[in-house]
Design a protein around this ligand. Structure first.
Ligand SMILES: Cc1cc2nc3c(=O)[nH]c(=O)nc-3n(C[C@H](O)[C@H](O)[C@H](O)COP(=O)(O)OP(=O)(O)OC[C@H]3O[C@@H](n4cnc5c(N)ncnc54)[C@H](O)[C@@H]3O)c2cc1C
Length: 422
């Protein structure tokens, strides 16, 4: 058997389980597998518009990573348990996968020594304001992490932050073959079932034949691939969990170099989540400029930043060559409420010159929803599975990584044990 997996970012447990079971596995990723350097130069090759990010018509940015490991290579490593009821409604029990992953992943709040001064200051202010602000679970190995460092935001070069690359390495150890810079063009279908994929590498079109194909191109890539294969609509609506950063300066902190999202608070019913969001200097400067706050450009090391993230309505469209989504009135109201909460926390922290950025987003998903684009086994057609944020069945608003890993683990075990038909 030769299963083929396109871009197994957070579906990476699936090729790993298949390779472990002795299957021949080919992993295709359009981005580079070059080691993470933790530099803005390398990050720009993975996540600028044209390289993984998309600009919507309202000038908001949708960011994702085009590299081996996808966005997990540059995400903030915050973990949240899967919403069990959402998946149980589709007959999916993620509890066994979650238990197995908890036993092997680094998954705990950061020790106090790795919580930066800005995150600590925001946490103190939020708690003083009566908000249930607490340290968040991080997928970080504390023994390899360092304080006063920001490089995880560009892709941790120290092996401290877990990324899907770790599981791809394991899959390769068990015999899987990785081809980076290989862009899947479409799934080959024969007699109504998947028979492999066509992909381009170095400007040449190749085919890889396989009785089993797992698409893992993410919330943007997978609906496009299904459409290109004649298996999905031209336009796919989606969610993206829009974010605004609310920033304000204090006079007695000298920071700006720490792990973002060390602590925060979630308001599930309202669809709002808040967390500290200290970013490296160049990213801070881009946000200040984007908000028209040239006067704050030099205040990076004194500026506290709070992330306001919302659960947005599913809408907009992923098209074959573009992506566009605008805030609905409900989204705007949720963002405004969260911004108000962040402003109160910053006020409690003694911040001045408070401002909010334009919104951006980094969680595209829900574009091939379970129950619509795939069934409860994540099957889109005989022999063809989709396993990434696109299959999330409802509006979201949570850090998706751990949920996607659970889906990948469950799928990998089902496929390698033959529980589901191929
Ligand atoms: C800056 C940032 C911070 C974040 N912080 C967090 C966080 O703290 N916690 C959390 O849980 N989540 C976070 N996220 C979100 C999380 O990382 C993503 O939701 C998650 O990685 C999505 O996984 P995925 O497998 O759906 O897709 P992706 O990670 O986008 O992976 C898809 C992969 O498919 C590849 N691909 C697409 N099309 C093709 C094709 N045709 N051929 C070959 N390859 C293709 C892409 O290059 C990519 O590598 C963050 C994201 C960003 C950008």
């Amino acid at each position: 058997m030769t299963p083929s997996s396109s871009a197994p970012a957070l579906a990476a447990p699936a090729p790993r389980e298949l390779a472990r079971s002795g299957a021949r596995v080919l992993v295709l990723e359009q981005g580079s597998a070059a080691p993470l350097a933790g530099t803005i130069k390398q990050m720009a090759t993975m996540a600028l518009p044209g390289r993984g990010a998309w600009l919507h018509r309202d000038a908001s940015l949708l960011v994702s990573g085009t590299t081996l490991g996808g966005s997990s290579a540059l995400n903030f490593a915050t973990a949240a348990a899967p919403p069990a009821a959402m998946f149980a409604a589709h007959g999916i029990d993620l509890a066994p996968s979650l238990a197995a992953l908890r036993a092997e992943l680094p998954l705990a709040p950061l020790p106090d020594s790795l919580v930066g001064p800005m995150a600590a200051r925001i946490m103190d202010a939020a708690q003083a304001a009566g908000i249930g602000w607490r340290k968040l679970d991080k997928m970080i190995r504390p023994q390899a992490c360092r304080s006063g460092c920001w490089r995880c935001v560009y892709g941790c070069p120290f092996g401290a932050k877990w990324s899907a690359r770790d599981f791809v390495d394991e899959a390769c150890f068990h015999g899987a073959v990785l081809r980076d810079r290989s862009r899947v063009q479409r799934v080959l279908m024969e007699d109504g079932r998947a028979a492999g994929v066509a992909f381009t590498r170095d400007g040449t079109l190749h085919t890889a034949r396989a009785p089993l194909v797992v698409l893992a191109g993410g919330g943007i890539g997978s609906p496009r691939l299904l459409h290109a294969s004649g298996l999905g609509p031209r336009l796919a609506s989606f969610f993206s969990d829009p974010v605004v950063a609310v920033m304000g300066s204090v006079d007695d902190v000298d920071g700006g170099a720490e792990v973002p999202m060390a602590a925060g608070a979630s308001f599930l019913k309202e669809g709002i989540a808040l967390a500290d969001l200290t970013l490296p200097g160049p990213m801070y400067a881009a946000f200040a400029l984007q908000a028209g706050r040239v006067d704050r450009l030099k205040a990076h090391r004194r500026t506290l930043s709070i992330m306001v993230k919302i659960r947005d309505d599913i809408g907009g469209a992923v098209g074959p060559r573009w992506v566009d989504k605008r805030l609905t009135p409900g989204d705007r109201a949720r963002l405004d409420k969260g911004i108000g909460m962040a402003r109160s926390i910053l006020q409690q922290a003694g911040a001045h010159h408070v401002f909010a950025t334009h919104h951006f987003a980094a969680h595209p998903g829900g574009s091939v929803r379970i129950g619509q684009g795939v069934d409860g086994e994540l099957r889109a057609a005989p022999g063809l599975y989709v396993c990434d944020a696109s299959v999330i069945p409802q509006p979201w608003g949570l850090p998706p990584t751990l949920t996607l890993l659970c889906l990948g683990k469950r799928l990998g075990l089902m496929l390698s044990s033959g529980v589901v038909s191929r």
